[in-house]
Design a binder for this molecule. Structure first.
Ligand code: THG
Length: 367
């Protein structure tokens, strides 16, 4: 592939200088911004993530901010997850659905205060949908994209690194909660969360100005912890079962098809715009669902289009993400499979770009 031409539409991040200096070898485009995908090699990055600690520029997880008396009401209109018990200081993984129950995004909602929320989005233009709802319903709320850029610290040495920079109180942050910490006189929200199963934090950096100073402070403090620049790792995230919006699911899929039913309380999520549609489909249950699938043979190529899944020459689904897993010594993948073939242990035939492979539906990769 050729290189990406820089332009204003392809926004840089507060940490782009650091990412470039660290030698990012490849990028993808996510929310009209650059996201590194490889530093050393995907396999070497994976090993390092599981053994040490990495700093990830995930500024592409843009924030949609809701501010004003109707912020909470608007947030509940967007998601079938019941938010009534959510407190300031908590984060929730929330499916966002349209009026048909189709997935528009799968962000992390951050409740800063009763009247102030961040929606930390995956790759779709959610701001436009949220502004449309706010204006169409004449809600008393401001909706915008603030200059907030998450910086993720991921890996088993994450606690040690952040304690050195922010103090012991870091250890008290609970999973999917955040607290406020100071850096160079500014308040920063730090949550225990992130797009890996290796443990870690996300720092919501709320000004471009302190981006590189924070980046440099983390690398200076973590020299002996073998801290490196990293990025969401395809292999690890498939093993972990983390979905990628636009790859593993689109607005054609319901949260139930995506296996996100556990994040839906459709009965009690009063006000959710997709509620009626979801109540209708929930009655029947989904006829296809996302599954972890192992794929036989040597390392598969990258999955840049869905790979059809067959059983006895009948199409029963598609693979949407795949990678060789050094730890499991097999290819791991995520696919959407019809109900007739979704039970763990089911054998599948997968049409990859370099020929037919055998696949087996798994319970999960990470247990
Ligand atoms: N962090 C933040 N924003 C994000 C992501 C993130 N925006 C884009 C993208 N990632 C959204 N997708 C996910 C997918 C999975 C998780 C978070 C965001 C996740 N899931 C855990 C799980 O499924 O096991 C925990 C969910 C829970 O128990 O609530 O962490 O990574 N800021």
């Amino acid at each position: 592939m050729a290189v990406i031409s820089p332009s204003r539409r392809l926004r840089r991040t507060p940490f782009s200088d650091g990412v470039e200096a660290a030698g990012a070898k490849a990028y993808t485009v996510y929310n009209h911004m650059l996201l590194a995908t490889v530093f050393d090699s995907v396999e070497a990055d994976y090993r390092h993530l599981k053994d040490y600690v990495q700093v990830w520029d995930v500024s592409v997880e843009r924030q949609v901010e809701l501010r004003g008396p109707d912020a909470g009401r608007l947030m509940q209109m967007l998601t079938p997850r019941d938010l009534r018990l959510m407190l300031p200081g908590q984060c929730y993984y929330v499916p966002i659905v349209d009026e048909t129950g189709g997935m528009l995004n799968d962000p992390v909602a951050v409740k800063l205060a009763e009247d102030r929320w961040w929606i930390s989005i995956a790759d779709s233009d959610l701001l436009l949908w949220v502004k449309g709802i706010a204006n169409g319903y004449r809600l008393d709320v401001l909706v915008d994209e603030p200059d907030v850029s998450p910086l993720a610290i991921q890996g088993p040495k994450s606690d040690e690194l952040l304690v050195r920079v922010f103090g012991d109180r870091v250890r008290d942050i609970r999973f999917f909660q955040f607290d406020i910490f100071q850096f160079e006189g500014r308040d920063l929200a730090i949550a225990r969360s992130g797009y890996s199963k290796q443990g870690g934090f996300e720092i919501y950096v709320d000004s471009t100005e302190c981006g590189m100073p924070l980046w440099n402070a983390l690398f200076a403090a973590g020299k002996d912890l073998n801290v490196r620049a990293g990025c969401p790792n395809t292999i690890e995230r498939i093993e972990a079962g983390f979905l990628s919006y636009g790859n593993d699911m689109t607005d054609d899929n319901t949260p139930h098809e995506c296996g996100l039913g556990r994040f839906c309380d459709t009965q009690t999520a009063i006000g959710c715009i997709g509620r009626d549609a979801l109540l209708r489909v929930a009655k029947e249950g989904p006829v296809q669902q996302i599954r972890p699938i192992s794929i036989g043979g040597n390392k598969v190529p990258g999955c840049d289009r869905p790979w059809p899944i067959f059983v006895n020459d009948k199409r029963v689904g598609q693979i949407t993400s795949a990678a060789w897993s050094p730890d499991f010594e097999t290819n791991v993948s995520i696919g959407m499979v019809r109900m007739t073939h979704w039970d763990p242990g089911t054998c599948l035939e997968i049409e990859t770009p370099d020929g037919m492979r055998n696949g087996i539906v798994q319970e999960s990769f990470w247990l």
